[in-house]
Design a protein around this ligand. Sequence first.
Ligand code: 13P
Length: 252
Amino acid sequence: MIKPKPLVAGNWKMNGLRASLNEIIKLNDFLGRSAPKCDVLICPPVTLISSIVQLNLEHVFIGSQDCHTNTNGAHTGDISAEMLRDIGCSHIIIGHSERRVGHGEDNEIVNKKATQAQTVGTTAIICVGETIHEYEAKKTLEVIVSQINSSIPSHATAENTIIAYEPIWAIGSGKVPTVGSVKEVHAVIRKVLVERFGNDGDKINILYGGSVNASNAHTLMSVVNVNGALVGGASLKADDFFNIISVYDQFD
Ligand code: 13P
């Protein structure tokens, strides 16, 4: 297969009410006028997904922020990948650090959830990232390699899998790693992906996430093996998010 386009994805986390649909409509209008050189995805809270899908937006993919490890059954309050696919999700974020830390999701659970997402035909955006303690102890590469090896199912392809590297200490903090550090981590992720998945491993998109904004996006997106961004706070407003997406207009 050909290499997928870069992806700029917005993770709205637990933010957004029905009034926020206006931001997505505005974003879709911006994108319609600009023909962006990357794909654009919004992962709103699950409560808004159906309403957004019904808008039939041409330029924005819609995804979810999590799914269950099982296909269906007695799991009160949970939502399966199949249900998300059924209502129109193309992507599912899996193993975000806020789920790994806040909900005790380990690599095994992340692997099962990613398998569910892939099995139903969505693309799993599998998140990895080190804590501040691991970063300070210079264990970043060790942690990332272990997470990549254990979290990614063995049948991963460039179509059903995207990796997001999000240093936990960079999320919502305004701090970003140096370009050298992002380059080093993404190169190691690429190496492991190629070792495990051959040609597909070379094509799997690797996103950077953690305090991405319009001011640092160009620098971060220019780094080798950074194939897009996973954006939290700066994805909530159409103007801010569009300014990040527009960085790709400056690349060949
Ligand atoms: P911020 O962009 O708000 O730092 O969040 C990053 C993130 O966690 C995206 O998944």
